[in-house]
Design a protein around this ligand. Structure first.
Ligand code: AVJ
Length: 324
């Protein structure tokens, strides 16, 4: 090993975001990896495919709620001079319904989509500018968990969109911290529109995360392929299986990658060899599911109070308007 001092030096890859996360997660017990690792180019494509699966109800259910209530949601903000900011906007396919409603009410609108993916933001910007006259798009490539950056609603009011139940990926304490971070950067009276997936029967939940076509399994497995590509690892995806389970105690869906046998996997860029026992798994995602009481409590702890909420007929998905 190359030494520059008396301390052994970590390989350079260990200090990149992916290197440090893989190092942390795969040397922990139980093994885990953070869900942001899913979203390389292939993973983002697979996620888009998930949103169109018959079993994956959240995206279409939330879109249905917007289709029916977008005008009411915008009117509920009260002001005629809204600026919209979207956290983790991605390609912003559901946002159009809200943008159109805002344009109907106030004629024109400034929209700031924030996302780590420059390509997704580019696509969102092109599509929205072409399809919704009256919206000026000001995209920002950033990790919203690190703050919103400087925003000014000039004279009017901010409406922060955090839709798609992305908040469900965070541990409750982290979710509170994230909301407090948002609250600190906006003014009293500004609004947050939060989309959350609700608790429902186990069968519906499990099918949504283990679809018949195997798209969610491929999405989960892709994290291993990504580690192979970016860190030179030797994961053989055939030797792992996708697992989705409902953890009732914590009110969350979990995804795991389970090793089918005892094996050792090399990760050369990190100078690591990872041992797996047969049946041992890597916990790759939590997707928390909410009740009306748990969303209300989360928002309160985050510095907001609930003004109104909307849901679908089955009560599967909730959209909450909260006031700072
Ligand atoms: C993007 C976090 C909302 O939790 O349902 C979809 C990600 N994982 N299928 C979710 C996901 C497996 C999704 N979120």
């Amino acid at each position: 090993m190359h030494m520059t001092s008396s301390l052994p030096r970590l390989p350079e890859a260990a200090s990149t975001p992916i290197g440090s996360e893989v190092w942390r997660g795969l040397t922990s017990f139980p093994k885990s990896l953070s869900p942001w690792l899913f979203y390389d180019e292939e993973g983002s494509r697979l996620f888009e495919a998930i949103t169109e699966l018959p079993e994956y109800y959240p995206t279409r259910t939330e879109r249905g709620i917007f289709a029916r209530y977008a005008d009411e949601m915008i009117a509920a903000c009260g002001m005629q001079d809204l600026t919209l900011v979207e956290l983790g906007a991605g390609t912003a396919t559901k946002t159009g319904l809200l943008l159109e409603a805002a344009v109907r009410r106030q004629g024109s609108l400034v929209y700031h989509p924030i996302d780590v993916s420059e390509s997704a933001l580019g696509e969102a910007t092109r599509r929205i500018e072409a399809e919704i006259p009256g919206v000026s798009v000001c995209p920002r490539v950033a990790d919203y968990t690190q703050g919103l950056g400087s925003l000014d609603a000039s004279s009017g009011q901010l409406l922060i969109l955090y839709i798609g139940s992305s908040i469900g990926n965070f541990e409750p304490q982290e979710a509170v911290r994230l909301l407090r971070g948002v609250r600190r950067q906006i003014a009293p009276g500004d609004r947050l529109l939060l989309g959350v997936d609700m608790v429902k029967d186990r069968g519906t939940l499990c099918r949504a995360y283990d679809d018949a076509a195997g798209v969610t399994a491929a999405f989960n497995m892709n994290v291993l392929t990504r580690i192979n590509c970016e860190l030179g690892a030797s994961f053989r995806t055939k030797l792992f299986r996708h697992r989705a389970r409902w953890n009732e105690q914590y009110s969350r869906m979990e995804m795991h990658l389970e090793s089918l046998l005892a094996q050792t996997v090399a990760i050369p860029a990190l100078d690591l060899e990872i041992r797996f026992a047969r049946g041992e798994s890597i916990h790759t995602e939590n997707s928390y599911k909410f009740t009306d009481a748990s969303v209300t409590a989360l928002l309160e702890q985050g510095g907001f109070h609930v003004s109104r909420s909307w849901t679908d007929e089955a009560g599967w998905f909730g959209v909450y308007m909260a006031t700072a």
